[in-house]
Design a protein around this ligand. Structure first.
Ligand code: NAD
Ligand code: G3P
Length: 360
């Protein structure tokens, strides 16, 4: 029997728990109960968030108005939440994962499998390190990923979406994750390319910030489409230059072009970047995030910084004008209008990608 714990309870974490809980109750190979670890906080009412979730079956802060399923149990104790589970779903903002894994080392079941729904990466001395790799290294477990065009609030309302599971070796684990997440309104496909799937989910957040700048500057649809096209090229080039095994076909899955489109149209990164540009860069991302997202976290600004660090370390800044500009704009070193300058430049990824079909 498989027992699932969701590590994280934000907007997407709560929807993931809902999707999983509706399946564990009907599939015989899974325990009904789904534990959801909550980073505890006190609500304005004075009550603990965990207590309110367990009383109302709703995450009133991060997913109000949606019932999670009676078999979802919120738990503020991380060790207790994972101790019986052999399927661990990681879904916190990426900046918190390393600390969480440190706390979990040696505390999980030997037969546990992981999956990361987290869109982000870490930068180590040797280069970019994906979150699935961090989980594997720190906890010694196999870790797949699930990414896609998945604005959580829409899936919470059971509107049709697709998603992509990325795996490397363990196809039977990937199939089990597909079974756990699939519903009539959430269609999941597995591809053998963990890094490719994860890089798509991670890098599209940087392009979404650029798209938000274009919206805030009211530059129109053609400019936004140009930014998305250039962004997709940079996503592909960066992914393949850092991880040569990444497959071109992955970018045509839900995790690739579809996620790029939905995030640039309706995501939180786009929304806050729009406000940043409308304010002429005078109010910081941190300030706007706190005011506009009420505790939810952006991933794009931090990812742009991390990508910039990789580009700088490797001498690649000049061949990734969009990624570079997003970081420099978001820290106030360039004005938001600088985002359109990149379309006048001619990046030459193909020089670095012999044998690839990427060219400009
Ligand atoms: N929301 C979406 O539509 C969506 C869709 C797909 C993927 N994702 C990805 O899922 C991941 C999680 O995002 P989310 O939307 O579930 O979260 P969120 O942004 O809605 O909420 C932030 C979460 O971080 C928690 N938190 C705050 N400080 C913390 C700390 N110090 N340690 C641990 N946790 C802390 C909060 O309690 C909250 O649960 C991100 O990588 C995001 O890119 C989000
Ligand atoms: O709201 P965003 O910008 O964090 O994007 C949400 C999801 O990643 C879209 O798939």
């Amino acid at each position: 029997m498989y027992k699932v714990t969701v590590i994280g309870s934000g907007n997407w974490g709560s929807v993931a728990a809902k999707l999983i809980a509706c399946n564990t109750i009907t599939l015989h190979s899974f325990h009904d109960e789904v534990r959801m670890w909550v980073f505890e906080e006190t609500l304005p009412s004075g009550e603990k968030l965990t207590d309110v979730i367990n009383k109302t079956n709703e995450n009133v802060k991060y997913l109000p108005g949606i019932k999670l399923g009676k078999n979802v149990v919120a738990d503020p104790d991380l060790e207790n939440a994972v101790k019986d589970a052999n399927m661990l779903v990681f879904v916190t903002p990426h900046q918190f994962v390393e600390g969480i894994c440190k706390r979990l080392a040696g505390k999980i079941r030997a037969d546990a499998e992981g999956i990361s729904l987290i869109k982000g990466m870490e930068v180590k001395k040797e280069g970019p390190s994906m979150i699935s790799n961090l989980v594997t290294k720190q906890l010694g477990i196999n870790c797949s990923v699930l990414m896609g065009a998945n604005i959580a609030n829409e899936i919470a309302m059971e509107k049709f979406s697709e998603a992509t599971v990325g795996y490397n070796q363990n196809k039977s684990a990937a199939d089990r994750w597909v079974q756990l997440f699939c519903t009539p309104y959430f269609d999941v496909t597995a591809v053998q390319d963990v890094e490719g799937v994860e890089l798509c989910g991670t890098l599209k957040n940087v392009v979404a910030i650029a798209a938000g700048f274009v919206d805030g500057l009211e530059m129109g649809n053609n400019t936004k489409a140009a930014i998305m096209r250039i962004g997709l090229k940079e996503m592909m080039a960066f992914s393949k230059m850092c991880f040569p095994s990444v497959k071109d076909s992955t970018f045509m899955e839900s995790c690739g072009v579809a996620d790029l489109i939905t995030t640039c149209m309706g995501g939180r990164n786009r929304k806050v970047a729009d406000a940043y540009a409308r304010n002429g860069g005078k109010r910081s991302f941190d300030e706007l995030e706190a005011e506009m997202l009420q505790g939810q976290k952006l991933q794009g600004v931090l990812t742009a910084k991390e990508v910039h660090e990789v580009l700088s370390n490797r001498g690649w800044l000049h061949i990734f004008p969009l990624f570079s500009a997003v970081h420099l704009i978001s820290i106030g070193r360039l004005p938001p209008s600088a985002i359109v300058k990149i379309s006048e430049e001619k990046p030459r990824y193909s020089i670095y990608l012999s044998g690839s079909d990427i060219s400009c």
